[in-house]
Design a protein around this ligand. Structure first.
Ligand code: ZN
Length: 197
């Protein structure tokens, strides 16, 4: 029988994406075996990160500074906004070094099934930003999933009155595909060949 602390550790680890109860037990055991080399540094890193990292008030990216390093970077083109579902998608775009504009992180997608409506997403700030007159193109880079497409169409409707050109990532993004799983070349092609939404 495991101690309460071990049970709690396994339970929390089991809530991480991709970890079932069995992998959670394996990870917990691994951490306990590598207490000095891994468990303690990890617990410090977790607590530091939870204290220092916050969402950027302009774009929703995660960083230790607000505005984030991308929003604060004057060499980037602030008139080009790439709308992504999550910070992971922003990371995917940045990994490929293919985009020199700024981002807007929605924090998810519209989903009737999960009860996620427009108010649950970072959409009002996007409408305000695009309406400010400083934006010349909005690239909607939500995933090619059903919810991603639904969200893209909703954004097209919401942003239409502002008369700013909207584009969508083009071919190369497979149906059902998520940005984070694409290789950098495919993502670069999809960005270059983006089409009007
Ligand atoms: Zn930002």
């Amino acid at each position: 029988m495991n101690g309460t602390e071990i049970e709690r550790l396994i339970q929390l680890l089991g809530r991480l994406p991709g970890l079932g109860p069995r992998s959670a037990r394996r990870v917990a055991l691994h951490l306990l075996k590598k207490r000095e080399a891994l468990m303690l540094p990890l617990s410090v890193a977790l607590s530091d990160a939870s204290r220092a990292i916050k969402p950027c008030s302009m774009c929703g990216n995660l960083d230790t500074v607000d505005p984030c390093a991308i929003c604060a970077d004057v060499t980037r083109d602030g008139s080009l906004i790439c709308v992504v579902e999550d910070v992971g998608d922003l990371w995917a775009m940045e990994r490929g070094k293919i985009f020199n504009g700024r981002y807007h992180v929605l924090g998810g997608t519209l989903s009737a099934l999960d009860g996620v409506g427009p108010d649950e997403l970072n959409i009002a700030a996007l409408v305000k930003h695009v309406g400010s007159g400083s934006v010349r193109e909005v690239i909607v880079a939500t995933n090619a999933t059903v919810d991603g497409q639904t969200t893209a169409h909703y954004l097209a409707e919401r942003l239409a009155p502002l008369n700013v050109p909207l584009t969508r990532l083009a071919h190369g993004v497979p149906v059902g595909g998520e940005l984070d799983w694409l290789d950098d070349g495919t993502l670069a092609t999809a960005l270059k060949a983006r089409r009007a939404l």
